[in-house]
Write a protein that binds this ligand. Structure first.
Ligand code: ATP
Length: 356
């Protein structure tokens, strides 16, 4: 059975220069976990609001399952549950009452509501808190209640708009695991919006990358990371920065060479695309080796979870590196960097599309 089908959806806010959703085409399988990401203002929240029925498309259709007119339904009639950044619990109601409110409003009887509330509370570890008021809960517990309040309604579509952004790092990691487990247990089609690349890669079955209301790429996390469609996606998924080389690639008898203005590098394998290229190297693309490709001087260095991180002055400018072993070296010391060319990302300098 098909899940969600978004076809040619456009939404332009009155007075806006560009549409917030610009001819979006996207299919999400039933039970799939899709993460939507992109920079600020790229249209992530607008897409969720269109799905929730809080905005209407100017043109295009959104179908859920066989219902091709789903986008015309009222928000209450869509079977959608949405969790935002803030828990937005009713302060005068207990946790149990907050969890059951949606069911009560839909006319579900007291006995069934109580059963469903207890079951979701057990799954979320909220049982000891059922009689508390929201003000007496931590931020993480409050967000757990909002997740429960959404899922207890057995939605056909579960929408999450930056649900973890207000929490501190350890809680965020905890709730990430919880959201992933719950969405899969409930087999509910889930769309989560985040601007956090690590969160997108950890949670998603597939990731959709938005820019200016358009989809730049939709793919499984490994493809988004290692086969970005273009330079924009590659840069967005390099939150710790990148290092850049420009030059030309040449292949002869299965041997490759990358020629920059000041240095030539031999490449381990022949790929597609001879001629002008831009090469992006993420900070994780290096190791220190006596016979390394590139000489540099340590400008800054600090410990990382594995090895060290730093900035190295090279003939191509200051490069950011995350090196996998050893202690941070002294500032001013010389290092030779071996470039892991299999991690290099190559782009056409004109179209900015990725080359093989
Ligand atoms: P952020 O990560 O900052 O939340 P976003 O990717 O969720 O951003 P949207 O909030 O969907 O982006 O906004 C997309 C574009 O639409 C932006 O240019 C924004 O200014 C504009 N926009 C959003 N809501 C409205 C509105 N109600 N009226 C006018 N313009 C709006």
């Amino acid at each position: 059975m098909p899940g969600l089908r978004i076809q040619q959806v456009t939404r332009r806010f009155p007075g806006a220069v560009a549409p917030a959703a610009d001819g979006l085409d996207l299919e999400v399988g039933e039970g799939e976990f899709l993460v939507v990401t992109g920079p600020s203002g790229s249209g992530k929240t607008t897409l969720l609001r269109l799905l929730a029925g809080l905005e209407s498309p100017d043109s295009g259709t959104i179908a859920l399952g066989p219902d091709v007119n789903w986008h015309r339904r009222s928000p209450a009639d869509r079977g959608v549950a949405m969790v935002g950044q803030q828990p937005a619990l009713l302060p005068q109601l207990t946790v149990a009452e907050n969890l059951g409110l949606g069911l009560k409003l839909r006319g579900i009887g007291a006995t069934e509501t109580a059963q469903r509330v207890r079951a979701i509370a057990v799954r979320l570890g909220l049982e000891p808190l059922l009689n508390r008021l929201p003000a007496l809960l931590s931020g993480g517990e409050q967000q757990r209640v909002s997740l429960g309040r959404a899922l207890v309604q057995r939605p056909s579509l579960f929408l999450l708009d930056e649900p973890l952004s207000q929490l501190d790092a350890p809680l965020r990691a905890d709730l990430r695991r919880e959201i992933s487990r719950l969405a899969r247990e409930f087999r509910v089609t889930t769309i989560l919006v985040t601007h956090d690349q690590a969160e997108a890669l950890e949670l998603a079955d597939r990731v959709a990358v938005l820019r200016g209301g358009r989809l730049e790429q939709v793919g499984v996390p490994a493809a988004i990371l290692w086969q970005p469609a273009n330079r924009f996606v590659a840069e967005f998924f390099s939150p710790d920065g990148w290092n850049e080389l420009v030059g030309t690639r040449h292949w002869q008898n299965g041997e490759g060479e990358f020629r920059t203005a000041s240095q030539r590098f031999s490449l381990p394998s022949a790929e597609d695309g001879e001629g002008s290229v831009t090469c992006l190297l993420r900070p994780e693309s290096f190791s220190v080796a006596a016979a390394g490709d590139l000489a540099g001087t340590v400008q800054r260095a600090w410990p990382g979870a594995a090895g060290w991180r730093g900035e190295i002055g090279t003939p191509f400018g200051t490069w950011r590196v995350h090196l996998p072993s050893g202690d941070p070296p002294a500032v001013g010391s010389e290092v030779r960097l071996a470039i892991h060319w299999e991690r290099a990302l190559w782009f056409d300098p004109e179209t900015l599309r990725r080359l093989g």
